[in-house]
Design a binder for this molecule. Structure first.
Ligand code: HEM
Length: 132
């Protein structure tokens, strides 16, 4: 996966406090996403460790942190899930709200939103833009 190289500078990841801050953010993000009835179903068959790993990886990627991920690329992992744009937007909103709640500086949040826009085409279903 080459997402990290194309995304925000590593300094964002460092500025918010690195791995321990990402871990704290994951806890909040996880609660928000799984409490959202439109999103929880995607994670129903993913075990708890898998869910937390997903959210930690996602946060690290969008913050431009170190790419320690060696699994499937984003398109391979997400195209089978047939995720509509509306759900992608909702996940992005939960991420933004999490970062705001944690007091992350506005310039970092702006860059995170730019990265979300960059990777959207890999995650959102390409076959049916209207979603299912
Ligand atoms: C910037 C956006 C996203 C990034 C960077 C991202 C990252 C990832 C990564 C790296 C994996 C593979 C994890 C692994 O195999 O261990 C994954 C899997 C997964 N993602 Fe995402 N993700 C994003 C958005 C989404 C969205 C919007 C949803 C649902 C609405 C979602 C749902 C899932 C699910 C359910 C899996 C597990 C798939 C499976 O095990 O078959 N992701 N994601």
């Amino acid at each position: 996966m080459t997402v990290t190289e194309e995304t925000a500078p590593a300094s964002h990841y460092e500025r918010i406090g690195g791995a321990s801050s990402v871990k704290a953010a994951v806890e909040l993000f996880y609660e928000r996403v799984l409490a959202d009835p439109e999103l929880a179903g995607y994670f129903a068959d993913v075990d708890m460790a898998g869910q937390r790993r997903h959210l930690a990886l996602m946060l690290t990627v969008v913050l431009g942190g170190p790419n320690e991920y060696t699994g499937r690329d984003l398109a391979s992992a997400h195209q089978p899930l047939n995720i509509p744009v509306a759900h992608y937007v909702k996940v992005g909103e939960h991420l933004t709200a999490t970062l705001v709640q944690l007091g992350v500086p506005g310039d970092i949040i702006t860059d995170v939103q730019a990265v979300l826009a960059q990777v959207q085409d890999q995650v959102v279903a390409s076959g049916d833009p209207a979603g299912a």
